[in-house]
Ligand binder design. Structure first.
Ligand SMILES: O=C(O)CNC(=O)[C@H](CS)NC(=O)CCC(=O)C(=O)O
Length: 271
């Protein structure tokens, strides 16, 4: 593993596929121009909208998003996480909330289907029933090992509240954990940063958390603050509240140093 720059993209995705892909392209280009070799896009980066609108267009969303990710990776010679996008599950009328990692040659090297679905009545009066259109994945995410970028683990948004998933990733050798999100503004203000820092600290791993921000559609407000966090829990970069990028160095000697200073992974008793 070498030292390199990673970027977490922050955007306001709306109910318009091509508009979102254009916004994503601009931000990927910005990240690459600043030297990023690993770039992450947020949850549902290619389409945020009413569930019925998403389902009505799902086949074109999936096709165009997969093509787009391959094209970007090849054109900019960068490894890209397609934070998440919907993929139809045959015979159910529902989708998997899917995250994919694409390498420089445009090849898909990892795929994860979101396991924990956000079925929550948020105290601000908004109700989320992700399971009404999404089928829960049943497989723990795998870790992809890159000679240059290290062990990369996948997850999505609400997963961040389930530390056992990240313990699994760290048991499998993850150095860097992706947590792309569309966190609600209401839960985000109190929970987002704390949860992300906890996952980084307890697993002594880098966390890359691309995010949705602002008003996506109707009453859907997302929290923003795409961040990159180091294995000590320090926030290295924060994209704030506007569309943009958080960019920071992923450094194997820092990783080693923190794991030496705080060897908690070696003191695990219950797994
Ligand atoms: O709605 C869309 O279009 C995109 N998908 C999402 O926003 C997903 C599922 S509804 N959001 C979350 O998981 C938020 C979790 C969260 O906010 C928390 O854990 O507090």
């Amino acid at each position: 593993m070498k030292s390199y720059l990673a970027a977490a993209i922050q955007m306001t995705s709306v109910p318009d596929l091509y508009k979102n892909l254009a916004q994503a392209e601009e931000l990927i280009e910005l990240a690459v121009r600043r030297g990023a070799e690993l770039v992450g896009l947020p949850e549902n980066f290619s389409f945020m909208g009413e569930e019925k609108d998403k389902l009505a267009q799902v086949e074109s969303i999936t096709r165009e998003t997969e093509q787009f990710l391959k094209k970007m990776a090849q054109r900019f010679q960068v490894t890209i996480l397609g934070g998440s996008f919907p993929v139809l599950v045959e015979g159910t009328g529902k989708v998997y909330n899917t995250s994919t990692l694409i390498d420089l040659s445009g090849l898909e090297i990892a795929r994860y289907q979101k396991v924990h679905l956000f079925d929550v009545n948020v105290p601000d009066g908004n109700t989320y029933r992700e399971s009404s259109t999404v089928v829960a994945g049943t497989q723990l995410p795998s870790v992809y090992f890159s000679e240059e970028l290290g062990g990369i683990g996948l997850s999505v948004c609400y997963d961040v509240r389930f530390p056992e998933l990240y313990r699994h990733l760290s048991n499998k050798g993850a150095d860097v954990m992706f947590i792309p999100a569309a966190f609600t503004a209401f839960t985000g203000k109190d929970h987002w940063q704390v949860l992300l820092q906890a996952r980084a600290i307890e697993n002594t791993c880098y966390v890359i958390a691309p995010a949705q921000t602002g008003t996506n559609y109707a009453r859907r407000q997302t929290h923003g603050h795409a961040v990159i966090i180091d294995p000590w829990g320090v926030i290295l970069a924060d994209a704030g509240e506007k569309p943009g990028i958080a960019i920071a160095e992923i450094n194997p000697s820092r990783l080693e140093q923190v794991r030496r200073q705080m060897p908690s992974l070696q003191h695990r008793v219950f797994g």
